[in-house]
Design a protein around this ligand. Structure first.
Ligand code: GAF
Length: 389
């Protein structure tokens, strides 16, 4: 990882090359990996993410010609320029849609114009929230530069609306909350219904453990397809159960009415069962981490979460199943796919002295399936979004 000073100097230099003057500041926001609590956020449930050490940086300055100009070190030669008054859902699209969506959300305060240069190292398309990192870095920058009276919790909604309404991805608040609210050394235990949260200390290193992220290399896109289908299925299940949100159900026995013998009813029953059992798994993991229990105990809960995402929620893919299988087979205490699904990354809880064995086992498995070696890295719970300079 590069230091904060290196991040600032890279972003300042690139900004100055693009816009011929220095930025007014540089902000950073991290990606996330969710320890447990997948597809619970839009059901009013619990999540437990940690911030990655990987961040997206935004160097920003105000301008006075009514334009927003967005450049990216990851998309060289592709500066997007548009009048702020012309911003509209889908325009611009692609990578620039995320920062543009945030500008659009806060447009009342930014009529005079903005120059934005983004840089970052959150792996894109890997289920590690590179898009939320981008939204949150820009949201924080605009809040600070424009003197907006918005708390970090308000910025969660600004960034989430940019993703939902401007980009068109019907996500919940997990990723934006993680990026803005996580703190170093902790997992963020968040109740997505009442927004109460707790910073749960997570020092796995002290227990000789590591969280190993394994990027399957298969990408996902929440703006189309399966993610939205799952969300609609959960809403339909809640409606049939007579509750506003599936979060209100805590006992799987109460889901029986869904399994009405039709194929659709059986699907809704499985989707709801994932949400109910996943919420229980978050509470179980938080309990284990709060107490004196050996953190190794959470491994089996992570694997149970994977089985539920694979069989009940049906959002895993064979390569993610292969990672989990190979990691556990090589001694990981537990492993699961993370994020929205249909590709992306997996997470494994491993002894520090088994990291290389687990990574090799996964790489060997990929080689047998004629897949390129996956990227692997360990994660220390890192800081949330912040101003760097
Ligand atoms: C994606 C979404 F953006 C989140 O809101 C969340 O639903 C997650 O998938 C699944 O837990 O990252």
């Amino acid at each position: 990882m590069i230091s904060d000073e290196q991040m600032v100097s890279r972003a300042r230099k690139a900004f100055t090359e693009s816009f011929e003057h220095a930025p007014e500041g540089v902000w950073a926001a991290p990606g996330r990996v969710n320890v447990i609590g997948e597809h619970t956020d839009y059901n009013g449930g619990y999540v437990l993410p940690v911030a990655l050490p990987h961040t997206t940086r935004a160097a920003v300055a105000r301008r006075d010609d009514g334009l927003v100009a967005i450049a990216s070190l990851q998309h060289p030669g592709n500066t997007v320029r548009t009048a702020i008054e012309d911003l509209a859902p889908g325009h611009p699209d692609g990578w620039a849609g995320y920062p543009a969506g945030v500008v659009h959300e806060l447009r009342d305060g930014v009529a005079s114009g903005l120059s934005i240069l983004v840089d970052g190292d959150v792996p894109a398309g890997a289920g590690l929230s590179s898009s939320a990192a981008l939204e949150c870095a820009v949201a924080l920058a605009l809040r600070d530069l424009l003197g907006l009276d918005l708390a970090a919790a308000d910025l969660v909604d600004v960034a989430r609306r940019a993703e939902n309404d401007f980009v068109g991805a019907p996500t919940g608040i997990l990723d934006q909350s993680a990026s803005l609210l996580c703190t170093a050394g902790h997992a963020l235990f968040l109740d997505t219904q009442d927004r109460s949260s707790e910073q749960v200390p997570l020092d796995l290193e002290a227990a000789g453990l590591a969280l190993l992220v394994i990027d399957s290399g298969t990408t996902h896109d929440h703006a189309d397809g399966g993610y939205g289908d799952r969300r609609r299925e959960c809403e339909e299940a809640a409606a049939r159960l007579g509750v506003g949100l599936l979060r209100e159900i805590t006992d799987v026995a109460d889901l029986g009415v869904l399994a009405d013998g039709t194929a659709e009813g059986n699907v809704l029953h499985r989707r709801a069962r994932h949400v109910v059992t996943e919420n229980a798994r978050v509470l179980e993991v938080v309990d284990a981490l709060r107490g004196d229990a050996d953190p190794r105990a959470i491994g089996r809960i992570l694997t149970a979460g994977h089985v539920s995402l694979r069989d009940d929620f049906e959002i895993s893919v064979p390569l993610l199943d292969a990672i989990v299988d190979a990691a556990v087979g090589a001694g990981a205490h537990g492993a699961r796919m993370v994020g929205g699904g249909f590709g992306g990354s997996a997470l494994a809880l491993v002894e520090v002295d088994r990291i290389a064995d687990v990574a090799h086992a996964v790489t060997d498995r990929f080689a047998r399936e004629s897949q390129p070696a996956p990227r692997t890295f360990t994660v220390v719970p890192s800081a949330g979004a912040r101003r760097l300079t």
